[in-house]
Design a protein around this ligand. Structure first.
Ligand code: DHB
Ligand code: FE
Length: 310
């Protein structure tokens, strides 16, 4: 079918009515967005000759996606979170802002309010028998001056690739901690090396990825929020070197500067420095924050996030 109708006065008038342009009430920004989105949807249907069967399967797919609570998982799988990062990186470059540790996506699995400690935290609850991980680093400003009292908020998956709170079998705030940097600007966490993440195999996200011939896997990774008054909030993560998916992440979060290699430490003297009696893996991730006076840039972007209430 090569029928063309989007350009007709009838369809253009329909689009204006759909968007409420002839109504006083409502929200102007929403009207502009919906007008453009529906115009583009109509155009896609026309250009790609979308059949009614295809259209209705998309409608019911969206229903199912919402019922499964997976919209926040599909978005990064379709590159949207990474695209927002590309836009922010480009805006920074155009504003002459460079330097600092690169940002990368938050993902849908943050939980606010993790326990806060000074300098050091043990993140795992000791119930899983993973390789012990010591992860440490310095938080500095652009000039390399250490920043004390920066809050390093870290979260990562367990050996099953699952996150506490979303995986109710884990203890509260397992593998989630906030650590304030010490007077030397250093944070240190003891944890277990996480496994990579896989989208639920029977879920809506994986169902669509299957249609694209794509996997739904992320490499083993560790998320960070880093903040300190007077500095830009940084949302980032490290992707562990040597994982099959380090450079093949379904959520497009890997950046070369954020790939971190673990070092196996077998020397009992070094283990003892961390109060450990067994070999462990050490990783280092130093973070550089950029100064800003803008209070909006000192916080993470607003979005709905989980918060545990005690
Ligand atoms: C996604 C991100 C994550 O960090 C994760 O652990 C799982 C999924 C995501 O972007 O969809
Ligand atoms: Fe994650």
């Amino acid at each position: 079918m090569t029928v063309k109708t989007v350009h007709t006065a009838q369809v253009q008038a329909l689009l204006e009515k759909i968007a409420g342009f002839d109504q006083e009430g409502g929200n102007q920004r929403t009207k502009v967005l919906i007008h453009r989105i529906m115009k583009d949807v109509f155009q896609i249907i026309e250009d790609l000759d979308v059949t009614p069967e295809e259209f209705w399967s998309a409608v019911y797919y969206i229903n199912e996606l919402g019922q499964n609570g997976e919209a926040g998982l599909l978005a990064p799988g379709l590159g949207m979170d990474h695209y927002l990062d590309i836009r922010m990186d480009t805006a920074d470059a155009e504003a002459g802002l460079s330097g600092g540790t690169p940002r990368t996506i938050e993902g849908p699995l943050y939980v606010a309010g993790a326990p806060l400690s000074e300098g050091f935290a043990r993140m795992d609850d000791g119930t899983q028998d993973g390789e012990t991980l010591i992860i440490t680093g310095l938080v500095t400003d652009e000039a390399g001056q250490p920043l004390a009292d920066a809050v390093v908020d870290i979260w990562h998956a367990d050996l099953k690739g699952a996150y506490s709170y979303f995986d109710q079998s884990q203890s509260e705030y397992n593998l989630r901690r906030r650590i304030k940097t010490d007077a030397e600007g250093r944070y240190t966490a003891q944890s277990i090396i996480p496994s990579g993440y896989g989208c639920p195999s029977e879920g809506s996200t994986q169902k669509l990825l299957n249609q694209l011939g794509r996997h739904g896997r992320r490499p083993a990774h560790i998320h960070y929020f880093i903040s300190k008054p007077g500095y830009r909030h940084l949302t980032t993560q490290i992707n562990l070197a040597g994982d099959e998916y380090t450079f093949d992440d379904f959520a497009f979060a890997t950046r070369d500067e954020l790939v971190v290699e673990g070092k196996r430490i077998e020397d009992p003297v070094l283990a003892k420095q961390y109060g450990l009696s067994q070999p462990f893996t050490r990783m280092e991730f130093n973070i550089q924050l950029l100064a800003t006076d803008n209070p909006n840039q000192q916080q993470p972007h607003e979005r709905k996030r989980a918060l545990l209430t005690q």
